[in-house]
Ligand binder design. Structure first.
Ligand SMILES: Nc1ncnc2c1ncn2[C@@H]1O[C@H](COP(=O)(O)OP(=O)(O)OP(=O)(O)O)[C@@H](O)[C@H]1O
Length: 273
């Protein structure tokens, strides 16, 4: 059963669902036998909502994200984007992973522009309006403090800088959905916190409906409107936390009583097998 905690400081506005899981199940085959991973997951993500998924290792968080992207077929039930079941990879999705994988022979700017060359609907537009898109990319790079590194190559960037460039790349085609799979897991604690503020800024600017998978509960609370906790495999959603901290959020908020209480609630609901 899903419980709910609401630490209301301001009422949340209900928005139309952009993304819906309708009684979703998923299983893989392991040594020739079916292995159920996800069972009976139903949830709904509103327009411009920021949602995080947390849960024990191996519970199926990445699998859930892959079903949204259309890269993993849905086993049972439906995952719907704007009311339509997702049956193939979505072009209006931006994705950032733990490893930023920038192409080493391309500059930062060229790496950010890459999705426009790959997504067929944008390819022609890029050809016709290259300078417009370059300005958009430079704008994004400036938002994340990389304006002076646009002509540098990945080998000349730190880990945090690469991840910032990767976030810009995920947003360059103005996706309707942003999917983030532990994007800051490889960064040191201070850089990671800087990235929270920066991602918050990018999200506020793009108003992109976002789903973050993370093991870091503070990160989930800091960034999210809603945090979903998955149980151990075969996983169901075991807890939903509505985060009503005012925005923009600051790192100081992580030390408040409200924040600590939410952290404790989440911690108590993460079960290990
Ligand atoms: N393509 C696949 N084929 C078979 N099994 C898979 C496949 N992908 C994932 N699994 C298994 O499904 C389970 C869930 O994997 P998934 O990566 O979705 O979990 P996760 O919660 O993201 O894990 P972590 O937190 O450790 O990154 C794991 O036991 C994994 O080994």
């Amino acid at each position: 059963m899903t419980e709910q905690l609401s630490l209301a400081t301001s009422p949340q506005v209900e928005t139309a669902a952009v993304l819906e899981f309708r009684d979703v199940g998923l299983q893989y085959r392991m040594s020739g036998r079916p292995m159920p991973v996800i069972e009976h997951i139903s949830l709904s993500v509103g327009e411009a909502e920021f949602v995080s998924i947390v849960g024990p290792s191996g519970c199926g968080k990445t699998s859930l994200l892959r079903m949204i992207s259309g890269l993993n077929p849905v086993g049972k039930g439906q995952v719907c984007f704007r009311g339509e079941p997702i049956t193939k990879p979505l072009s209006s999705v931006g994705i950032a992973f733990q490893n930023p994988v920038l192409l080493p022979w391309r500059t930062t700017l060229q790496n950010v522009l890459l999705p426009l060359e790959v997504v067929p609907t944008h390819r022609r537009q890029l050809k016709n309006q290259r300078s417009r898109y370059e300005t958009m990319a430079q704008d994004l790079l400036a938002t994340v403090g990389l304006e002076d590194f646009q002509h540098h190559y990945p080998r000349q960037l730190s880990g945090g800088m690469k991840q910032r460039a990767s976030l810009c790349r995920a947003l360059i085609h103005q996706p309707e959905l942003l999917l983030l799979d532990e994007p800051f897991a490889a960064l040191d604690a201070f850089t990671r916190e800087e990235m929270w503020e920066l991602l918050q800024r990018l999200w506020a600017r793009s108003q992109c409906t976002s789903v973050l998978v993370t093991h870091n509960l503070r990160e989930a609370i800091f960034l999210s409107d809603t945090v979903y906790v998955m149980g151990p495999r075969p996983s169901q959603m075991v807890y939903t936390l509505k985060v009503d901290l005012p925005r923009p959020r600051t790192l100081d908020m992580c030390f408040t009583e409200d924040f600590h209480q939410m952290y404790t609630e989440l911690r108590q609901h993460i079960q290990r097998k």
